[in-house]
Design a protein around this ligand. Structure first.
Ligand code: ADP
Ligand code: ZN
Length: 706
């Protein structure tokens, strides 16, 4: 223990956890974070909502001498947090604009005299030099920035006041600082580290894995195929959400589901507030089984028994995809997520990206139009569509985005026109000409590029043949994620059917005894009490809320297969089910229990064979197999090349030479990564050209008799 730490630390975390918070143990990731904070380091913590982030700074706050400042953006949340702490007997308070200055002074004095351990501060307080000066002489042991993604211009919730926090930190003498958020992609993480200038920070990304979800991405060509697949999903899983990219699609899909007799609601941004509220209520009250919705649906959706989430089109980013997919299985039970992928749908997303990023030129054109159209009060009463027509912009979304940019920069404001649905625009600085607008063109371009990168990452996930969950966790920066054992790729990767080794037999019997603990024994045999999701989480020692709340961490079998990992255990359960050691009772929930055979094996009295899951981490790309030369495919590939060459006005060999085409025909790569293994194919060309060739190969393979 360093001298500085010894001086600062006045209590031990585990003792404080019990005494003040009444918890017996840490949730996933908490211990690691708290250890790092206790050692005096700056850091960045990314955990999903509900993952227990607050404890990560509240607990050290109580162990440290001095006071912990918490910056948090929402006044209402701040008050809830402080109330909850006070209820636990923890000296905490808040300072924001709702508190009169006199009282703020008193609270600041209290910080100096050691009256408070935790003080929540609204970010805009740091605007005032007087506030920063008032902090002089206060011993700030820790500076926690909650919802830290707010300081990234690329996040979804940028707050300019957060940008100032780096300077404020300096001004108050650079106390130890930790940033926390639930959403941080690599770009946002880099922004957080940069703006706060964290020193040699630790980074913990934890808790994003959802072992009870099976993620599947199915390639489809036609809308009819999507409906076929959707019909199977709804029949098999009953309750769920179908996400569509556009309002029109929501209408089409919900009407189709209704025509099948499914109880369904539709939800999208084109409906009135009242219509949307009603649809949401119907779904939450379980009077409908399926919600068909755009991404406008989800905030505050708290229906825990959602058994499937289907994506009718590819979403715009992995973040959006995983957030939407994650609305399945909130009760911890096994649930499925299936994305119906057609590359052509990425055009819809590109259209959205165009709309969200109008570019400096378009914004200036729109501003010029507003200046021309303004009346004597500098007001413009024109609808978005009108403005789009007037300027000659085809994507109406772009006008909305441009107006938001202009409003944020203080050049215009938008106001409601009484009695009309349309809003008006007021020019606030009419002396500024279109050319005089100060826009950060570089930032606009960068945002555009980042949005496109996100879409690209999403498409890569669709084409990849690696464990879906592992891929996503790595994208979010979670280190050491293992394969899930339940996604389409993992399931493709079965081992052989054979008898167990002694070691494997032991694992199977442990798994079966876990199932027994979570079943009921009746005179007629075993009957189920829980689904696979919770049983697997119990066996692998999950510290998730659903497991702790149900007291499943108290079972003697809790965590006995932790070493094997959820991926392996999930696969093992599938195999045991196939082998007839387990069965699923269908009712409102699919409940898992032992078969008689399973009970015998558990007692060490039965022989069995299983398809053993692989333990090698799965998803490792296999070497390409030479499938022989097919002249028909070769000629189809040549046609693709000639079309491309013509379209791009380059000689055919510039795209790929004949030898490379032969390689494509022989090895028939499926993904861009596979294509890279074909002799003579480099990364640049794969990026630029491979897609139509891969599509051609896929078409060819589909046309083969099975
Ligand atoms: P976040 O801020 O990450 O959204 P919270 O800090 O609000 O999450 O915590 C979510 C829930 O988990 C809260 O109800 C909290 O009481 C509970 N919780 C936090 N830590 C523990 C723990 N170690 N054991 C049990 N429950 C915990
Ligand atoms: Zn997987």
């Amino acid at each position: 223990m360093s001298g500085a730490r010894a001086e600062k630390v006045i209590d031990e975390p585990l003792a404080v956890l019990e005494r003040h918070f009444g918890h017996r143990a840490f949730l996933d990731g908490q211990e690691q974070v708290i250890e790092q904070i206790m050692s005096g380091k700056d850091g960045l913590v990314v955990m999903p909502t509900g993952g227990g982030k607050s404890l990560c700074y509240q607990l050290p706050a109580l162990c440290f001498r001095g006071v912990t400042l918490v910056v948090s953006p929402l006044i209402a949340l701040m008050k809830d947090q402080v109330d909850a702490l006070v209820e636990k007997g923890i000296p905490a308070t808040l300072i924001n604009s709702s508190v009169p200055w006199e009282e703020q002074r008193a609270r600041l004095d209290g910080m100096r005299t050691g009256e408070w351990k935790l003080v929540y501060v609204a970010p805009e307080r740091f605007r005032a030099d007087s506030f920063i000066r008032a902090l002089e002489g206060v011993e700030v042991s820790l500076f926690a920035v909650d919802e830290a993604h707010c300081l990234s211009q690329w996040g979804h919730d940028f707050r300019p006041d957060y940008m100032r926090l780096g300077r404020s930190l300096e001004a108050i003498g650079r106390p130890q600082c930790v940033a926390l958020t639930a959403t941080a992609t690599p770009m946002v993480r880099a922004d957080i580290l940069g703006v706060l200038a964290l020193k040699d920070p630790f980074e913990v990304v934890s808790g994003f894995s959802r072992p009870n979800l099976s993620l599947t991405i199915t390639a489809v060509d036609k809308v009819a195929q999507k409906f076929e697949r959707l019909r199977e999903i709804v029949a098999a899983h009953k309750t769920g959400i179908v996400y569509c990219a556009t309002r029109k699609k929501v209408d089409l899909v919900s009407e189709t589901l209704a025509s099948w007799g499914v109880k369904v609601i539709a939800y999208h941004g084109g409906m009135s507030d009242a219509e949307r509220a009603e649809a949401q209520d119907v779904f939450l009250a379980r009077k409908a089984d399926v919600a068909v919705a755009t991404n406008a649906f989800g905030m505050g959706i708290d229906r825990s028994d959602v058994r499937f989430v289907a994506h009718f089109e590819v979403p715009g980013s992995i973040e959006a995809y995983y957030q939407e997919a994650g609305r399945a299985g909130r009760d911890g039970e096994a649930s499925v997520c299936e994305l119906l992928f057609n590359f052509a749908d990425t055009r819809t997303q590109e259209f959205f990206i165009d709309g969200a990023n109008p570019g400096g030129q378009t914004i200036r054109d729109i501003y010029r139009f507003l200046l021309d159209e303004a009346d004597d009060d500098y007001e413009v009463h024109r609808s978005i569509d009108d403005i789009a027509d007037g300027v000659g912009v085809r994507n109406g979304m772009a006008v909305g985005s441009a107006l938001s940019t202009l409003a944020r920069a203080g050049y215009i404001e938008r106001f409601d026109i009484p009695g009309k649905r349309m809003r008006g625009t007021r020019i606030k600085r009419p002396e500024v000409s279109a050319m005089g607008l100060e826009l950060d063109d570089r930032a606009l371009e960068e945002k555009d590029a980042r949005d496109r990168e996100k879409l690209k990452a999403m498409v890569e996930l669709c084409y990849a043949r690696a464990c879906r969950q592992q891929w996503i966790l790595e994208y979010f920066g979670e280190k050491g994620a293992s394969t899930c054992g339940t996604c389409d790729v993992c399931l493709d990767d079965h081992g052989d059917d054979r008898e167990p080794t002694t070691q494997e037999d032991l694992i199977v019997r442990k798994a079966l005894s876990g199932v027994a603990r979570m079943s009921r024994k009746t005179s007629a045999g075993w009957s189920g009490k829980f689904g696979r999701g919770k049983i697997v989480q119990m066996l692998t020692g999950s510290r998730s809320q659903e497991i702790l709340a149900a007291g499943l961490d108290q079972l003697t079998t809790y965590g006995i297969l932790k070493a094997q990992g959820t991926g392996y255990v999930n696969s093992l359960f599938r195999s045991m089910l196939e082998a007839g050691l387990l069965r699923v009772e269908t009712g409102e929930y699919p409940l898992m229990t032992l078969t008689d055979r399973g009970a015998r094996v558990m007692a060490g009295k039965g022989n069995y064979r299983l398809r053993w899951p692989s333990t090698d981490g799965g998803g490792t790309p296999v070497e390409l197999e030479d499938r022989g030369f097919d002249p028909q495919l070769y000629s189809a590939l040549k046609d693709v090349r000639n079309r491309l060459a013509k379209a791009q006005s380059v000689p055919a060999y510039v795209i790929f030479n004949n030898r490379t085409l032969e390689g494509f025909a022989r090895f028939q790569p499926v993904t861009a990564a596979d294509a890279l293994k074909v002799p003579g194919v480099g990364e640049a060309k794969v990026e630029r050209y491979a897609r139509p060739f891969l599509d051609c190969i896929a078409d060819f393979r589909r046309s083969l008799p099975k």
